[in-house]
Ligand binder design. Sequence first.
Ligand SMILES: [Zn+2]
Ligand SMILES: [Zn+2]
Length: 303
Amino acid sequence: MNFEVCILGCSSAIPTAERGLSAQWLEIHHQHYLLDCGEGTQIRIRQEGLPLQRLSVIFISHAHADHFLGLPGLLSTMDLLGRKKELTIFCPESVQLFLEQYWNSVDFKPSFPITIDSSSWKSGGLIYSAKSLQVEAIPLKHAVPCRGFLFREIRDAFTLNKLKLAAFDLSIPQIIELKQGNDVCLSNGVWLSANQVGRAGPKVRSYAYLTDTRPVLQTLLKTSAPMVLYHESTFSEKHKDRAKKTQHSTAYEAAEIADKWGVSVLILGHYSVRYPNVNELLEEAKTKFNNTHLGFNGYRLQL
Ligand SMILES: [Zn+2]
Ligand SMILES: [Zn+2]
């Protein structure tokens, strides 16, 4: 089962020739998701050869133009191409109002079903679940209400062997416990471990997308760390005051979050246009968290 990330844009506020505005494409268990939709996202989707019409859910982090202004064009293109499949959009209420006012003003609305859910976005927590995936919305600290998104696979920790299980008189709740890797107490008082009747499955994969925000470590520590973290790094340390003033993070602060939360991999992005070369951001982050990578247009990662 696949779990893939493709960065479509990683510039903050102003796009450059090399860096599009915020957007990422996720393919998880053959379902397609879009994170943010800055202006030009539909062109980037084309350039990356991604299956636009198979997109099923869009998650918008907040109501700054560099994160949602690509929606009207993207949705129009889907309609022009004859889309019938439903699309769900999680976004702030102001983005919902923007889309409705836009469609009213041009007297055109895409004909395929679009569900816009701003109330789940606002309440946060678990906002989306599929058969084998859950998405949590995490409150961030930015100039306007903002959410990060944490994608986590749902998977049994242990694969049980039916022949070995048959040797014990187990209830369904006990089998569920064993699948989660927990020991159970048998009727004779003996403890049975998951290892005795099965083997540990592959690691649960997870991905967090956190932009735009000041560091929010205490909030993040309430949930277990993802395998891979994309964290905004708009500024370098020499512009730390600017990061605080504009409610963004430096690359070093992103690395501190990666280190203290306990992720395996950190990807940087949402770079200020003032850094044509972002290697200084990478170098600063690596002094705190070595497994840091620079996000860029077309960066792809298989988890
Ligand atoms: Zn932004
Ligand atoms: Zn912003």
